[in-house]
Design a protein around this ligand. Sequence first.
Ligand code: UDP
Ligand code: MG
Length: 340
Amino acid sequence: MDIQSEAASQSVYLERRAARRPSRPLLSIVVPVYNEAEVLEIFLAETQAVLAGLAVVSEFIFIDDGSSDDTARIICRYLSEGLPGKLIGLSRNFGKEAALTAGLDHAKGDILVILDADLQDPPGLIPEMLELWKQGYDVIYGLRVDRSQDTLMKRSTASMFYRLFDRLTSIHMPANAGDFRLIDRSVAESLGRLPERSRFMKGLFAWVGHPTTFVPYERPSRRAGKGKWNYWKLWNFALDGLASFTSVPLRVWLYCGGLIATAAFAYAMVLVARVILYGIDVPGYASLMVSVLFFSGLQLLSIGIIGEYVGRLFIETKQRPVYLVQDIIESSATPADAKP
Ligand code: UDP
Ligand code: MG
């Protein structure tokens, strides 16, 4: 079902929800930060300028994902100067997905907005998102319409991934949507109920559902500092996403095996018939080598895929927490102080 028809069938719920929205909600800005000292000042300036024009009470939830630069110190300074919100210091670098989970767990807002610190998620879209929230939508994500800032390689691999994900899994994950979104408190609570350790957030957002819509935007390039992704990380991220949402790669070997076994049986019949008709014939080194190499390759591949899932089981059964907090530093102001 596309977004439009989904909205039509959801309109009763939307209206009921819209009627219950508070007129002056608490908005938590959730920002995972990892070595972002260079952009914090401009990030805060731009975001606060946007928030100032809105009828909301706001707070900032920074999650320091084990930064080794001055990130934590700078945020602390802002908090002590009266920036409403808190800094959640994780005990080491757990990765953006875990940091986001920590942020969602600690944000108290009626509304949560997930932003990257590097201003690649323009805060200027928040007012539009807030309007849609007031109309009853629970999830409003930013849809990247223009990815020309990304390299051709990144764009094509990303689009391949989204297509594969759609084919293999039963949930629809919107293509070209990042983590940038405004969500209702209820969505954060739904996410909190998902116990898995490997947290592929984009997939989890799609899995929990709730009335969803989007705001299109052009994704600018990073304002300052350095990006933290490389192709190896992205590849692992994609594998993680697929393996946590589908078991098709495991099942496909059943059919492969069946097909190959049938073909092998047919070939055996041909060989037997040939022996009966023409007698024994010795040559066959090439075909022997080819089939041995081909099948050992196939077996290694399938064992690797099984390993991928067994590894996941191993990680999940250990039941380790997704992140560990070493300290929480609160603002000297309460969120309500921040607004006139
Ligand atoms: N980030 C994080 N932990 C990490 C890597 C990144 O919290 O291990 C944060 C980072 O500080 C930024 C956001 O996640 O606020 C997005 O990171 P980045 O800009 O490197 O990613 P991209 O824009 O390429 O998706
Ligand atoms: Mg970025």
